[in-house]
Design a protein around this ligand. Structure first.
Ligand code: SIN
Ligand code: MN
Length: 268
């Protein structure tokens, strides 16, 4: 899937791009049908919320689930990354599903992803980004992602290592920094149905609140990095900061529908 020049210009200006309903309800039914199985697994890659059995994140799912393996190579997710990062040689730095579970989903503090990729993984430059796919509706109540538009233009900001607020350590920005950035750019929270996509720059400042609703807010994140910008420190487990820098080879655009068809035939 190719972005138009106007979409690429919007991304450069604001640091993000929202594309509603890119995947069909049928495709999303196949994907979301896997989630109970994924979050039901007991394994290192499935992180729980602090003090709770509710799932927070499932990492590296493309290596242990066949449907998510296709999403990691899906042209509607990967090709826009190639355009925006100006390279057809990208690898998967990180791949995760964030649950933001009904009633229990906890916050993600204000941060830039590149702060963590730099401080923990020694990624040379911010030429990496996130491609997010909504696996459930994100609405104003269930802890949608919040962005500070244009904050990516500030470059990498000072960050502190927060290991206490949630079950997942993160390099975060302080309140004064956020206050200044919000005075300039405001806050947006793109909302839409499952199948919508959000593309955002590695230096865009973002966060999300807790989820007090009965609606889980599942989001899949592909963190794509240029192969010539590979990380140089291997402090975090491979399933959080991937050390396999093999370029992603895309699958056909109809791979999910074809898989669902084959599964139906096999089950008949
Ligand atoms: C993240 O910033 O990595 C996740 C934020 C969210 O899923 O709300
Ligand atoms: Mn983030």
């Amino acid at each position: 899937m190719k972005l138009t020049p106007a979409q690429q210009a919007e991304f450069a200006e604001r640091g993000y791009l929202f594309l509603p309903s890119v995947f069909s309800p049928e495709e999303m039914a196949l994907v979301t049908g896997e989630l109970p199985k994924i979050f039901g697994e007991t394994r290192d890659e499935v992180i729980r919320e602090k003090g709770s059995a509710s799932p927070r994140t499932a990492f590296f799912v493309q290596t242990w689930n066949p449907v998510f393996a296709m999403l990691a190579r899906h042209p509607r997710l990967v090709e826009p990354g190639m355009q925006l990062l100006a390279s057809d040689k990208l690898y998967m730095h990180q791949f995760k599903v964030n649950a933001k579970a009904a009633f229990d989903g906890a916050v993600w503090q204000w941060h830039q992803d590149y702060a963590t990729w730099y401080n923990d993984d020694d990624m040379p430059t911010a030429q990496a980004m996130n491609i997010a796919l909504f696996l459930a509706e994100a609405n104003e109540f269930n802890g949608p992602l919040m962005f500070i538009p244009k904050s990516h233009r500030e470059g990498r900001l000072a960050a502190g290592h927060d290991t206490v607020t949630t079950s997942y350590p993160l390099w975060t920005a302080d309140n004064d920094t956020i206050t200044g950035l919000v005075a300039e750019g405001g806050i947006v929270a793109p909302k839409g149905p499952a199948g919508s996509m959000l593309l955002f720059h590695g230096n865009l400042v973002h966060a999300s609140g807790s989820n007090l609703t009965p609606w889980s807010r599942w989001i899949l994140y592909l963190s794509l990095n240029r192969c010539d910008n590979a990380i140089r420190r291997f402090k975090r487990p491979n399933w959080i900061a991937n050390r396999d820098f093999t370029p992603i080879e895309m699958l056909p655009d109809d791979c999910l529908a074809a898989f669902a068809r084959e599964r139906r035939i096999a089950a008949a």
